[in-house]
Design a protein around this ligand. Structure first.
Ligand code: CA
Length: 425
């Protein structure tokens, strides 16, 4: 039972109405407090909650949890416990912080070791990501890129409507929000030239994506079906898959993305569980022409209505909203991605990250990359300060935000924010 999701529940911790973190969210993250104390936590409003301290004080009694499961610097051990245990923990946290529950509410001494102000914390990478896969599941994005590089007739490759295209990315360079990203150096082929040059990328871009984090999967050689897939899902984060388009364009044939992608990707620090996202399920796009092969069949309500925003903030300037998209635009759903990923027997581990691919929508203001927003530089974006952007400049900060709302409630992911540093020659 998902008692934590009860939309009528109120917390004794103050939460502003526009907060991404009402008591119905209960995300998981890793934070450092007082310069050296690292713990797994959650948050309600702007109050962070130390789960290790709660556990030590006996608040999780009756739930089968290893003693040190929250005294870790990543969520991996916790994720390994599986979706039913994570559900019990979320339900219990909701009970403890329910306004009707006075046990911790009236105990100031315990509150002093459990509660922190989020602005006093440093958020750390929440997960040790052993493997990272990047899909390419937005039909609008794949079509736009296809038109730019191959023309309208051949926009979608012949395989695209039959399988969720993906590639294996690099996990070592995934960083948490707040860490800045350095413009990469590399090879590129100038327009009209026959031989490449070496230098700093001139086509630095973001990709608006969401990533899902998996539970432990099945042994190597066994597959996870679309019906089983949801039991293997832990939570989601916002994912900015930084891209250097000029490096990418020159190097990608025939094996796909490499140095134009692996110099950095940024994630939001709070992992929102799939249980918390239950009220925001929606209908996935129809897949009729062609219908996918039977192993990719899945229920219709396997998409999520998550509003996505991208802001560009020039150095010292104000935020410019440059894109508004939605997770529900994805053609291939998360359960289809996971079923496809494992259909050949490929195994997955607790803490693997699988990103959606750039999530673009039908309208030009729904495009999830500079490549599309400026149509490969042909239509520069105009910012409030009068400047223009084809791609990103040094000192630009990209902020991505994601949230869900319906008539009863709102919850979200917070943000992922990073600034572009000049290249290092
Ligand atoms: Ca990507």
């Amino acid at each position: 039972m998902l008692t934590a999701n009860d939309p009528s529940r109120k917390s004794w911790i103050e939460v502003s109405p526009d907060s991404d973190f009402p008591i119905q969210n209960i995300p998981f993250g890793v934070f450092m407090a007082n310069d050296d104390h690292i713990s797994i936590g959650t948050r309600i409003g702007d109050t962070a909650i130390d789960l290790a301290a709660l556990h030590q004080l006996g608040y999780f009694e009756g739930i089968s949890l290893p003693e040190d499961v929250f005294l870790q610097d990543t969520l991996n051990d916790f994720i390994t416990l599986g979706r039913p245990t994570v559900r019990q923990v979320r339900n219990r946290i909701a009970e403890i912080f329910d306004i009707k529950n006075t046990s911790l509410q009236t105990n100031k001494e315990q509150q002093a070791v459990i509660l922190f102000k989020v602005e006093e914390l440093q958020m750390l990478m929440p997960v040790f990501i052993q493997d990272y896969t990047d899909f390419y599941s937005s039909r609008e994005h794949a079509t736009n890129v296809g038109i730019m590089f191959r023309g309208k007739e051949n926009a979608l490759m012949p395989n695209w409507l039959h399988l969720p295209v993906g590639y294996h990315g690099r996990s070592s360079s995934i960083v948490v929000s707040g860490e800045n990203i350095r413009r990469p150096m590399g090879q590129m082929l100038p327009p009209g030239a026959d031989t490449p040059v070496f230098g700093a990328s001139k086509a630095m871009d973001f990709e608006l994506e969401m990533g899902f984090i998996t539970n432990d999967g099945k042994p190597l050689g066994e597959r996870i079906t679309t019906e089983e897939a949801e039991e293997y899902l832990f939570g989601m984060v916002i994912f900015n898959d930084w891209s250097a388009r000029d490096l990418q364009k020159w190097e990608y044939v025939p094996l796909g993305p490499f140095l134009g992608k692996n110099f950095g990707s940024s994630i939001s620090p709070w992992v929102v569980s799939f249980d918390a996202l239950e009220p925001f399920r929606t209908t996935r796009p129809k897949q009729e022409n062609p219908a996918p092969l039977p192993y990719l069949n899945c229920a219709e309500n396997t998409a999520y209505d998550i509003k996505l925003e991208v802001y560009l903030q020039p150095e010292g300037g104000e935020e410019n909203l440059i894109s508004e998209s939605n997770h529900k635009y994805l053609y291939w759903t998360i359960v289809q991605q996971l079923a496809h990923h494992t259909v050949n027997g490929c195994n997955i581990n607790a803490g693997d990250l699988m990103a959606s691919g750039t999530i673009s929508g039908p309208e030009p203001n729904n495009y999830g990359s500079m490549l599309e927003l400026s149509w490969k530089g042909e239509k520069p974006l105009k910012l409030k300060d009068g400047s223009e952007r084809k791609y990103l400049l040094d000192g630009d900060t990209i902020i991505m935000r994601a949230f869900c709302e319906n008539a009863e409630q709102r919850l979200g992911f917070g943000e992922v924010r990073s600034k572009i540093l000049p290249a290092k020659n």
